[in-house]
Design a binder for this molecule. Sequence first.
Ligand code: NAP
Length: 321
Amino acid sequence: MRRTLVTGVTGQDGTILARRLVAEGHEVHGLVLDADAAEAWATAHELEAVTRHTVDLADPDAVCRVIADVAPAELYHLGGQSSVAASWADPLGTLAVTGLGAAAVFEGAHRLTEAGHPVRVVQASSAEIFGRAEQSPQDETTAIRPVSPYGAAKATAHHLAHVYRERGTFIACAILYNHESTLRPESFVTRKITAGVARIAHAGGGTLALGNLDAQRDWGWAPDYVDALVSATRHTEADDFVVATGQTHTVADFVRVAFAHAGIEDWRSHVTLDERFVRPAEASIQVGDASKARRVLGWAPTLTFEQIVGRMVDHDLAIIG
Ligand code: NAP
């Protein structure tokens, strides 16, 4: 049985990945922050088969210890503080968990490899490392120049992944663009919109307070991005891969499509602008060129933007009523 460790297993991608790995017959171990919350998660998602290890990514000794104890063949590093907005509220905590936490994971994997047990690691890197990118679309060669604490923490991890790769440890980087699913929490704008639309459609009225409607993102479907993480981990060599749809949409597009899917055409009358939701520094237009992932990994997105929004709205309408 292949033994696999997933950090951030209770998150959106971790949950989708754990389902897949359990179905593939892996012995799945998950690194979790809160044992009680993780137990509730395992029950809710019928993932009791996942062995849970309670470790804070900000504790490097504990991270290295769990990697040595589990001795996985594959290690998916998905854990961390994953919100750009939250990183402005706690920049140091974000760096400790998302930046230095990755360093601890790579060091643990390196020690395991040196001890004669090679492990394949994938780092969940982010489009936010490119910040105000000079080139559009961005690819694996685009200069790294983050504009948020989250982006800087992910950039640190990205650079360290390369440092450890040079030392002989298998560390792939999937440079993930935004990807959504029905598992996204409402602290992210996409799910906030689909949940808000469902509430307004159900109640027959109401408003949704949003920040910058002109922000542009390249939104994909999370299960597709989990497929890319798996392919990058199992590829013959550790490499970097941009994982993106190559299409960009504004937040306003997302809102319009979500309301239309719920049968409401006049979306503007249901949206108010709230300065509190505008980010201090907005990354430039994010759109990724995933041609390397397509060519080398045979990866391709399976859903259109409209299908992603539609699935999320349908899910939230079903919950509400
Ligand atoms: P997510 O849902 O926010 O999951 C993050 C996971 O990390 C959760 O299980 C969380 O546990 C755990 N975690 C947070 N702080 C921790 C700590 N101090 N110690 C141990 N675990 C901790 O993220 P996601 O959307 O699945 O994304 C997966 C990865 O891809 C993340 O690294 C994210 O930054 C990256 N990424 C995501 C996107 C995207 O659009 N989703 C885009 C680019 C990159 P709790 O739930 O208990 O806090």
